[in-house]
Structure formats: C-alpha cells, structure tokens
Design a protein around this ligand. Structure first.
Ligand code: AMP
Length: 182
C-alpha cells in the first residue's frame, strides 16, 4: 500500500470545505465537492485507494447513498470490479432487503438488492462512504451486505469524525479504514 505522507493528507484535508450550520445549526458540514472538482486532490485520493485495495482480491465495491457512489464507482473502475449501490429506502426497483437505523430524531432506512452481488456466497466486498459520523448508516449498511451472504472485507471512509466514536461501532462488524481522521 502507498501510505499518504502528512503533506498529502493535509492537502486532501485542505481540499474539503467546511460549511457551518448546514443542514442545521451547530453542524459543520464537510463539503467534498471542492475535492471532486480539484483533479489533483481527487486523483491523489483515488490512486491511494487503488494502491491500498489492489491486492485485497475484492469482487465488488458497495457504495453508500449518495457520496459513497462517487468514490465507490471510481474505485470499482480502477480495480476492474463491479459496483453495488446501497440506497435510501424506496429507490431500488427490484427485490430488496432493508435495514432501519436510528437518527438523532427518528429513523431512516437503507436498502440493497437481494441479488446485488449476483447471489455469490462469500463474495468479497469493500464498502465505502465519504464520512463516518455516528456510524449508524454504515452499521445498517454493513448488516445488509452480510445479510446477502457476502463477505464484508472492510469498510472505508474518506473522513472519520473521531469525537463521535462511530468507527468503533462499525469495527465490531468489520475492519475500518479512514483516510483522514478528524
Ligand atoms: P452517520 O450515520 O451519523 O455516521 O452519518 C454518516 C452519513 O451522513 C454519511 O453518509 C455522511 O455523508 C453524512 N454526514 C454526517 N455528518 C456529516 C458532516 N458533518 N458532513 C458531511 N456529511 C455528513
């Protein structure tokens, strides 16, 4: 794996914009659109992930709705493997399985097609999203991957908000890698 230098991590971090009080007061939203439109930053990130996961013998990348689709699809192409979307409820057209999880106020649900990994038992899957906050979304999505009888090899985030301890919840299910710990 090609480890990122401190300077490279700093460069990636500086390419992500903080938006205060979005989508509600008190939240600092990590805006990745400024990383995506910076070809040097986007390429550095994707080259790093490709080098890290090249020898994991993966069969699929699963991306979490919606920013996980961007990094997940780009990585799947680089690794020459398939991509599977894990979506918010009601968006997938065929037969799905569903997992409910708790938000600060209320609940949300994520879904996957039941045959998403071509019903291949033990398919080696890397799941990816842009950011781990409380970890609730990724825990629910991890359960979906496992329920399809695939093997969840690792969960990967661009950013982990360490003060919310979400990573520790996911680590009870699968190994977790975060490019930037914030
Ligand atoms: P959680 O389930 O609490 O770990 O939240 C993770 C999901 O919410 C991810 O899909 C993130 O894209 C999004 N999210 C949560 N907090 C933030 C934040 N501060 N900035 C950007 N996205 C966030």
């Amino acid at each position: 794996m090609n480890d990122l230098s401190i300077e490279q991590r700093q460069f990636l971090l500086s390419s992500i914009r903080d938006i205060n009080d979005f989508p509600k007061p008190g939240i600092i939203f990590k805006d990745i659109t400024t990383l995506l439109n910076n070809s040097e930053a986007f390429t550095l990130l994707m080259d790093h992930l490709e080098a890290k996961y090249r020898n994991y013998n993966l069969d699929y990348i699963a991306g979490i709705d919606s920013r996980g689709f961007i990094f997940g699809a780009a990585l799947a192409i680089k690794l020459g493997i398939g991509f599977v979307p894990i979506r918010k409820k009601g968006k997938l057209p065929s037969t799905t399985i569903c997992e409910k999880y708790e938000l600060e106020y209320g609940f949300d649900e994520v879904e996957i097609h039941i045959d998403a990994f071509d019903s291949k038992v033990g398919a080696r899957v890397l799941m990816i999203d842009d950011l781990c906050a409380t970890g609730g979304t990724a825990v629910a999505a991890s359960k979906l991957v496992i329920d399809t009888k695939a093997e969840l090899v690792e969960v990967c985030f661009l950013m982990n908000l360490t003060f919310l301890n979400g990573k520790e919840k996911i680590e009870k299910i699968a190994p977790v890698y975060s490019v930037l710990d914030i």
